[in-house]
Design a protein around this ligand. Structure first.
Ligand SMILES: CC(C)(COP(=O)(O)OP(=O)(O)OC[C@H]1O[C@@H](n2cnc3c(N)ncnc32)[C@H](O)[C@@H]1OP(=O)(O)O)[C@@H](O)C(=O)NCCC(=O)NCCS
Length: 188
């Protein structure tokens, strides 16, 4: 089971290691290595921002990735993601991005930019329903293309609780257990 929680300053070391990992830098807009001071000020301003959610994704209590959701305008969410180097290649990326997309209401446009050569991330985006809408400067531009009605209702509920401050919750990967009675979302 994956759980999402809001990042804190205590995650500074973890996020610093993940951000400076060579594969993360290859997949990012800027491949520059960050120094710790700049990273700390980036983290501080991210946590204070009213237009950004910075999430830590945990699997069985262990951090396995991070999601950044920016809200550049009303009704628009820009999504980006990183899986911890040691957790890559076993489906975490696909699951966590799909859950994030399901959590954001269908009324919201979701955008993501993925470099054309980032095959793994393109697969992650496609699996979450983020389809190709164009290509610019070596990046594929992606939007959420569809959301079934059941997920629409679920995402409205999740999102309103999330924005009301109920920011620590766990969710089962309900899309894989869609027909099971246990396929519920658990709020802590
Ligand atoms: C890209 C990234 C998010 C993928 O996460 P992940 O958990 O390793 O991916 P998954 O295990 O869910 O695999 C997703 C798909 O990519 C494939 N894949 C995984 N690693 C791959 C690699 N190195 N090269 C090619 N394909 C790869 C998987 O086989 C899977 O494809 P399939 O569904 O056809 O089997 C992760 O590698 C990462 O954090 N990279 C650095 C940061 C980054 O690029 N972020 C994205 C910026 S847009």
């Amino acid at each position: 089971m994956l759980s999402f929680r809001q990042a804190t300053m205590e995650d500074a070391d973890l996020l610093f290691i993940w951000r400076n990992d060579p594969v993360t830098r290859l997949g990012s807009h800027s491949d520059a290595e960050f120094d710790f001071e700049s990273h700390l000020s980036w983290l501080k301003s991210s946590l204070a921002s009213q237009t950004r959610d910075l999430l830590i994704v945990e699997e069985n209590g262990l951090p396995v990735g991070t999601l950044r959701i920016d809200y550049p305008a009303v009704g628009v969410a820009a999504l980006s993601w990183t899986v911890a180097p040691e957790a890559r290649g076993r489906g975490v990326g696909k699951r966590m991005v799909r859950l994030a997309v399901e959590m954001i209401p269908a009324s919201c446009i979701i955008r993501a930019e993925v470099k054309v050569e980032n095959t793994a991330s393109i697969k992650v985006a496609e699996a979450a329903g983020l389809g190709l809408i164009g290509q610019e400067q070596g990046c594929t531009m992606r939007n959420r293309l569809y959301l079934p009605i059941s997920r629409f209702i679920l995402s409205l509920t999740l999102y309103s609780r999330w924005r009301q401050g109920e920011r620590s919750f766990q969710m089962r990967d309900f899309s894989r257990n869609r027909h099971s009675r246990s396929n519920s979302i658990h709020f802590l």
